[in-house]
Design a binder for this molecule. Structure first.
Ligand code: FHN
Length: 611
């Protein structure tokens, strides 16, 4: 017997078996991966809370100006505003040579700011791919003197620094594609959308999901009227190529995605259950504009970050690098300032749950972790802070920035006539932090708050729309407070809608009714509507009011849409106790913005004691 021969054959045989087994185990691993649960897919993103959006493309060259005319709207839409023919716009690629692009610096900046993921525009509406694409030569390698793959450079740096990289991809809107849209208004679905979809969208998505390692998320945008089947196909493509990859909220076609996306810069008025994210700007543009110097302050942005976390969402904050590849200096210093705050206070953000109180407080907001509440104080109250309605026993309170965790004095009070819990916390004269100071309240057991509204310590009875009992013709109805800019009801257009609240009054007497509504519309052009006739009814008392603007107020948590105040007469409470109040409209005006109609953008009703 020739042993050498047998050994040779058996080695080959075993090698083939091993190869097949290995192949099978890889397939198995893929299958196992495909079985990843939704919670597993979302966990890193849920903990992250704060991400960096990067809008970068050819639009950074005109930077808001075309042939001597400056356009005052968002910079990445210049092709649309200036009605630039695609052939002419494409010439910009010949100039794109961002020699100062330094991915290491960008990722380090995001890290310093406390941001836990980066989302880069791989292709925006202009149709230009920031990556090497075989599906279209309108891409960074084939069309620009720079000729290096920006998506690759940034992805590699992110992988090196342990930062999840996500790709924005404008799937429905492509102004370079006659079959998709060719800049501006027409609906691509009425053109030859499917041809563009098969030729460019699917191949390019395959490229970005195949060539750059693990992708944290695909951030689809402006779905327009994409057919359900096309949206479903994209979802399946992402799932097949990278089962761990999250699919953002704007896929369209009514297809379920992994989380919902608020409108740009929009912060809801209340806690929203489920996963959601607000994309937001640092100034008034996404893509670089040389003359947009309207920077938001770091303090305001820190408050927004805290507020979004307290409402259960993630904050995706944008930078728009210029044509040389430089992130504007003001963006860097604002982000560094936010990072300075995060160095001390991020415990109240990362992995934190939403507030157990489903209302905004005038002084700030609350995040939570087991056994702890983090009170984020935006406006420093004089001497003491009163937390209403917390029923847990409090064991200790200290400032989050105090390494020694020195105990702060507090009193727990129960107002027996209305069975209402107050936690009175002694405060020093000055705030430890100018943006958001954070108090840690340590409690016993799972957090529990009262489920009925009580008159607050300052005497006000605050009745937010989001916690009203809403009916339409007597049937339960949902008023949508989160599809409008300023958190006002977006769908109060019929007169058979009724809002009801139950609450407890401690101090009898006469109260003024204050009706607060909110601006709505695009942030460049907010809108508001007056003239509705509303009734406030309590027992046999009724007040009828025609809504008109008496004053408005900048809302730091919803920076583009103001709160609008109208007064609505008075109500009298004879004695302390439990009451019920109704709000309804007898005449409503409506207005169209884009495709949507809106009516009374009601936000909250306040009862203010007349001293
Ligand atoms: O049209 C885009 C816009 O340019 C920008 O990319 C934002 C970011 O959320 N999304 C779209 C508008 O909502």
């Amino acid at each position: 017997m020739n042993y050498t021969k047998i050994n040779k054959y058996s080695i080959i045989f075993f090698a083939v078996i091993l190869f097949l087994l290995n192949g099978l185990s890889q397939v198995k691993a893929q299958e196992l991966k495909a079985e990843i649960s939704q919670d597993e897919r979302m966990q890193w993103w849920r903990d992250a809370k704060f991400g960096m959006f990067i809008h970068w493309g050819l639009y950074s060259i005109p930077a808001g100006e075309w042939k001597g005319t400056e356009y005052d709207r968002i910079g990445e839409w210049i092709m649309n505003w200036a009605k630039i023919p695609p052939a002419e716009y494409r010439q910009l690629a010949n100039q794109f040579n961002p020699q100062k692009f330094n991915p290491k610096e960008w990722v380090s900046l995001a890290k310093r700011a406390g941001m836990k993921y980066i989302t880069l525009t791989s292709k925006h509406h202009e149709g230009f791919a920031m990556f090497k694409s075989y599906a279209s030569d309108y891409n960074i390698i084939d069309a620009t003197p720079y000729a290096k793959d920006i998506v690759k450079e940034l992805a590699e740096e992110c992988h090196k620094q342990g930062m999840p990289i996500c790709f924005y991809y404008s799937h429905a809107r492509d102004w370079n594609e006659p079959e998709a849209l060719v800049h501006r208004k027409s609906d691509p679905m009425k053109l030859n959308f499917d041809s563009y979809f098969q030729r460019k969208v699917k191949p390019q998505l395959t490229e970005i999901l195949t060539n750059y390692g693990p992708v944290g998320m695909i951030w689809f945008d402006t779905p327009l009227s994409i057919p359900k089947e096309s949206a479903q196909e994209l979802k399946e493509l992402v799932r097949r190529l990278q089962p761990n990859c999250i699919i953002s909220g704007r896929l369209g076609g009514g297809v379920q995605t992994d989380y919902s996306s608020m409108r740009d810069n929009q912060i809801p008025a209340n806690v929203i259950s489920g996963d959601w994210e607000t994309p937001a700007t640092l100034n008034d543009t996404w893509g670089f504009k040389k003359n947009d110097h309207n920077w938001k302050s770091a303090s305001d942005l820190i408050r927004v970050l805290f507020d979004i976390t307290a409402k259960g969402g993630n904050y995706l904050l944008n930078v728009g690098p210029d044509a040389e590849g430089v992130i504007p200096a003001p963006s860097v210093s604002i982000l560094d300032e936010i990072g300075g705050w995060m160095d001390t206070y991020s415990e109240a953000i990362y992995g934190a749950s939403e507030s157990p109180f489903n209302v905004e407080f005038s002084w700030g907001n609350v995040t939570s972790k087991p056994g702890k509440l983090y009170l984020g104080i935006f406006d420093w109250p004089k001497k003491e802070l009163c937390i209403e309605g917390l029923t847990n026993k409090v064991t200790k309170i200290h400032f989050l920035n105090d390494k020694n965790k020195m105990a702060i004095n507090f009193k727990e009070i129960i107002k027996s006539n209305i069975d209402h819990h107050l936690l009175m916390i002694d405060l020093p004269d000055t705030a430890p932090d100018k943006a958001v100071s954070v108090l840690v309240v340590e409690i016993e057991g799972d957090v529990k708050v009262e489920d009925i509204i009580c008159q607050n310590n300052k005497g006000t009875i605050a009745l937010p729309g989001v916690i009203a009992n809403v009916t339409k013709s007597g049937e339960p109805f949902e008023l949508i407070f989160n599809n409008t800019g300023g958190g006002g009801a977006g769908n109060w257009r019929e007169t058979d809608i009724n809002l009801n609240w139950e609450f407890k009054v401690e101090i009898p007497g006469e109260y003024n009714i204050e009706l607060v509504s909110a601006e709505i519309g695009y942030h460049e052009d907010p809108s508001w509507l007056d003239g509705h006739t509303v009734e406030v009814t309590m027992g046999d008392q009724k007040q009828t009011t025609i809504i008109k603007k008496e004053r408005d107020e900048f809302n730091p948590r919803s920076q583009y849409w103001k709160k609008v105040y109208s007064s609505g007469g008075t109500l009298y409470f004879e004695k302390a106790g439990r009451y019920s109040i109704n709000l309804n409209a007898t005449d409503l005006k409506t207005k169209k913005i884009g495709k949507d109609f809106f009516g009374f953008t009601f936000r909250e009703l306040n009862l203010l004691p007349i001293k």
